[in-house]
Design a protein around this ligand. Structure first.
Ligand code: NAG
Ligand code: NAG
Ligand code: NAG
Length: 901
């Protein structure tokens, strides 16, 4: 009331007209029967004004999170053995972590686990206090997916005809178009959900307290929604294309609601240019803190709490309450790809705010029965649609009480959805059509049939008229590329830019099906090429050279090189020796030399299965996972932050890879070690959505199509990853451990992940000259460097040498490297950076990175790579701690016999 009294009479009149119009409208139907009323803010009357709040802030610091400065490399001593100890002494020293600020800028320049073809009875949306109907029940969401049902809804419809309701027309028709392969391997059969090995003790004092999360289930630590529950709880959650952040009293409005942002390209800030062809910028970054729309309530203030509930792989509910324990709340289901940001209000007075300021708000009718639409134009010219679904069905009469506040009735319950519409009235019609419903959570399912992988993302819906209202979601470029024809048919003409993944496209429907052809099914441990498959045939001359290198490298102390205070470097060492031993045994056929080395490798590995390494593993009962004890002493950066769930797929991937080779060379080793290795798989690549001990797929994000390395570290710019190639190693390790241990589903999952990463890396990490997903002035860097959710920084956490930045996306060179790193890409990168006439010629690079570069060269010029590794007076200092001359020679030699590769 107070607000209305402040209005000028003219505005008051508009208000009354607006109210009358809505109230006098017949039963809400279509906007055509409804004359639109424009509200102007009381003070400005539509005057153009671009407030500073439209600009945001940029954070270019690389946050400290436990990446040490130096990648240790073995250095050669006189007799060909390696001294590592001194290099590792620095590992846990705080000074060794990088703390460097880039030249900065303060201000600018399992739901439908059932696809809805097989709908289930409505149920209550359990995460909200409102009785909004949902198409999925909790039990189905939690249960492991049966891929036969998921990937082939048509089959499901046939086998369960009773479950089809008349309202499932959309999805049922869609499902009928799906081609059903004949023989499928489900890619998501769990390795088990039983107890972890007795050697791993539980521990309940994790360094990061679990505040802000209301759940006793295993928590996803490396997913997009950590900002909801870490630290200040005010950093952004990137759902793409939107980002959300709890305002918590910040900004000009000092709001305590949830702010929503979407960044247009002109707001990007760029780093200084690099001395590379085309002078690409060293980074680009999106501003944060632009509060375009805030979903708030007049009751929210300093005592407001934010709790994350139902923290799941693709979703979490952000619940704002005026005070802890209050029954009044706004619940926002935060789901990757959501097309509207939805707030489910319970007994509050809504206020929709904009720190960018409202220029005008149009009361735009009722697109669907019981839904009231407003069209807001902000001072940055963006148009946001606001859909209000009152629980009582009554016109909410939102009032524009100032340039920043659009206020609703007191004691109100219902949902408010906001969406940015870049696509005019055709776009608005599409948004209208899907208004009132929203995704609650998602599941992934998938299968492999011969060389073809199929996976599906499916959403459970909440809201009003869920059965008859199709869901709208935004897909990333790598989804759209891989859509099957049925899903492609549901993509529509609304695109919104994402912060670092190119353009997102709206798609109508409850699930998407993606197909990945040409999976590397035949790839084994031997060098492999897409054209020729695996090859174990080495020429006699090659064998002679490799034998000499192997004899030298097998003299190294396997035990000492893997007995370190770091799971990362220990795993790399075990994986390296496994690869050497495989080469000797299977590619050279020298069983006699391989066997004693294999025994030494097994005994080095046993230190870890017995949990007797320097920092043993524990089962963390707080977040639920297996972590190193390195950081329980206080240094959260120790061992790259393993204790805080950084990099588990890298660390454990190397162990899994080593185990796969050991088990192949000695099948009797698999049985006694299976549970321990599978424990690592459960920790970082779990296929079970209902494992009481571990979250589903901690590392690999099945929406983004790659893993995130960052764990429980609060971050301005979201999750990140700096080594796409070690992510590939992890998928390859799963594939090979699945094959070795007789787990066909894990093998299929590894193959599917490799297929997805081949596509996602080409789109997002390894930039060929025709890349369209990053700004044109960034492509010349060839690799992203560290890809964050909100910025892309051509650097590493351990230094900015070009061989580090490019090389950390190369190593380890494995058969899977051939599959993921296209020849076009490798050629462009080499010519731009490492060729003799380029800025950082490989021949002048020093240390272990030199070997990494020349092993990578085998992908395009195996003869040159061979010449490098076979040269007389080879310096073993050119070999990285996770690589070997033996394997590098085999890798190059094989390819030289397969010129088409
Ligand atoms: C898609 O929408 C844009 C504007 O948002 C328009 O320029 C373009 O013509 C549309 N394309 C199609 C195929 O309708
Ligand atoms: C809205 O939905 C109706 C019914 O599903 C459909 O016929 C119509 O084409 C849709 N409109 C748009 C713009 O997609
Ligand atoms: C975001 O995270 C950083 C830590 O990286 C922290 O310093 C900051 O306070 C957090 N919140 C905001 C709003 O920046």
């Amino acid at each position: 009331m107070q607000a209305i009294l402040r209005m000028s009479p003219a505005v008051m009149l508009i208000w009354l007209l607006a109210a009358n119009t809505v109230l006098s409208a017949p039963a809400p139907t279509q906007s055509s029967s409804f004359s639109e009323i424009t509200q102007y803010p009381p003070s400005t009357q539509g005057a153009r004004q671009l407030p500073p709040e439209t600009q945001g802030v940029y954070h270019t610091a690389l946050e400290r999170e436990g990446h040490e400065l130096e990648q240790p490399e073995p250095t050669k001593d006189a007799d060909g053995t390696f001294e590592l100890d001194s290099l590792f002494d620095t590992l846990n020293e705080p000074d060794s972590f990088i703390d460097w600020i880039l030249p900065g800028l303060d201000t600018p320049p399992e739901a439908p686990a059932e696809p809805s073809a097989s709908p289930v009875p409505d149920s209550t949306y359990s995460s909200s206090d409102l009785s909004l109907s949902s198409t999925s029940t909790e039990s189905e969401i939690d249960s492991p997916i049966s891929p036969t049902q998921e990937v082939h809804p048509a089959a499901e419809v046939t086998t369960s005809p009773d479950s089809v309701t008349p309202e499932s027309t959309f999805a049922t028709q869609a499902a009928q178009d799906t081609v059903v392969p004949m023989v499928d391997q489900d890619a998501f059969v769990p390795v088990g959900t039983g107890p972890i090995p007795a050697a791993i003790p539980p521990r309940d004092d994790h360094p990061v307290a679990k505040n802000g999360v209301d759940s006793s289930n295993p928590i996803e630590t490396n997913k997009f929604h950590s900002a909801l529950f870490l630290g200040s709880q005010t950093n952004a959650t990137f759902t793409h294309p939107y980002s959300l952040a709890w305002a918590k009293g910040s900004g000009n409005l000092q709001s305590f609601g949830m702010s929503v942002s979407h960044i247009e390209p002109h707001l990007l800030a760029y780093g200084p240019t690099n001395s590379l062809p085309g002078n690409p910028v060293s980074y680009y970054i999106n501003p944060i803190g632009i509060q375009s729309v805030i979903l708030s309530a007049t009751e929210l203030s300093h005592s407001t709490t934010l709790i994350a509930e139902n923290v799941l792989p693709f979703s979490a509910d952000a619940v704002l309450r005026p005070q802890a324990g209050s029954a009044q709340s706004i619940t926002l289901p935060v789901v990757q790809g959501m097309a509207y940001v939805t707030g489910v209000y319970t007994q509050l007075q809504p206020v929709i705010q904009s720190a960018v300021h409202f220029r005008e708000v149009v009361t735009a009718g009722s697109p669907r029965a019981g839904i009231f639409k407003y069209r807001a134009t902000l001072e940055d010219d963006a148009v946001w649609l606001i859909y209000v679904t009152p629980q009582d069905g009554q016109d909410p009469n939102l009032e524009l009480v100032s340039t920043t506040d659009l206020r609703g009735p007191a004691g109100w319950s219902g949902t408010i959805q906001v969406a940015k519409n870049p696509a005019g009235s055709p776009g608005e019609s599409l948004y209208d059509n899907s208004s009132g419903v929203f995704p609650i959570e998602a599941t992934v399912s998938g299968s492999v049939n011969d060389r073809t992988g199929t996976y599906r993302l499916s959403w459970a819906k909440g809201g009003k008229d869920t059965q008859s209202t199709p869901l709208m979601m935004f897909a990333l470029p790598h989804h759209v590329e891989a859509f099957d024809s049925q899903t492609s048919g549901h993509a529509v003409n609304i695109t919104l830019r994402t912060t670092t993944k190119g353009l997102a496209r709206a798609v109508i429907g409850e699930y998407w099906t993606m197909t990945e052809p040409d999976l590397p099914k035949t790839m084994d441990f031997a060098p492999w090429s897409i054209a020729s498959g695996s090859s174990r045939q080495l020429s006699q001359a090659a064998q002679t050279v490799i034998k000499t290198a192997a004899a030298t490298e097998l003299k190294q102390d396997i035990d000492a090189q893997s007995n370190l205070n770091s799971m990362y470097y220990s795993g790399k060492a075990l994986s390296k020796f496994a690869t050497i031993i495989y080469t000797v045994d299977r590619l050279l056929g020298d069983h006699a030399s391989a066997t004693p080395a294999l025994d030494r490798l097994k005994s080095a590995f046993a230190r870890f299965t017995q949990n007797k390494q320097q920092f043993p593993l524990v089962y963390d009962t707080v977040w639920k996972g297996v972590v190193s004890t390195a950081s329980y002493g206080g240094d959260v950066g120790a061992d790259f932050g393993n204790t805080l769930y950084n990099d588990h797929h890298f660390h454990y991937g190397y162990f899994i890879h080593a185990a796969a080779i050991i088990g192949t060379l000695d099948p009797s080793w698999v049985g006694p070690n299976r549970d321990w290795v599978n424990m690592l798989v459960r920790d970082c690549g779990n296929a079970a959505a209902n494992d009481p001990l571990f979250p589903f797929s901690r590392s690999f994000d099945w929406y983004h199509g790659h893993s995130w390395a960052k764990g429980l570290f609060e971050s301005f710019d979201g999750k990140d990853q700096e080594s796409s190639s070690e992510d590939v190693m992890f998928a390859y390790a799963l594939k090979m451990w699945g094959k070795t241990s007789g787990d066909a589903s894990m093998e299929a999952r590894g193959n599917l992940m490799l297929g997805i990463m081949r596509r996602s890396l080409r789109n997002y990490f390894l930039m060929e000259s025709n890349n369209v997903n990053h700004p044109p002035n960034f492509i010349g860097n060839k690799v992203t460097g560290i890809l964050f959710e909100n910025k892309v920084d051509h650097t590493t956490y351990f230094g900015a040498n070009l061989e580090y930045i490019q090389g950390i996306h190369m190593l380890p060179l494995l058969p899977s490297s051939t599959y993921v790193r296209s020849q076009e890409f490798v050629r462009e990168e080499w010519d731009a950076i490492f060729a003799s006439d380029a800025v950082a010629p490989a021949e002048r690079v020093t240390g272990g990175w030199k070997g990494v570069l020349y092993s990578n060269l085998a992908l395009i010029d195996p003869a040159a790579s061979w010449r490098f590794f076979a040269q007389d007076n080879f310096d073993y200092g050119w070999i990285d701690g996770g690589a070997s001359r033996t394997w590098s020679l085999a890798f190059a030699a094989e390819t030289s016999h397969n010129p088409r590769r």
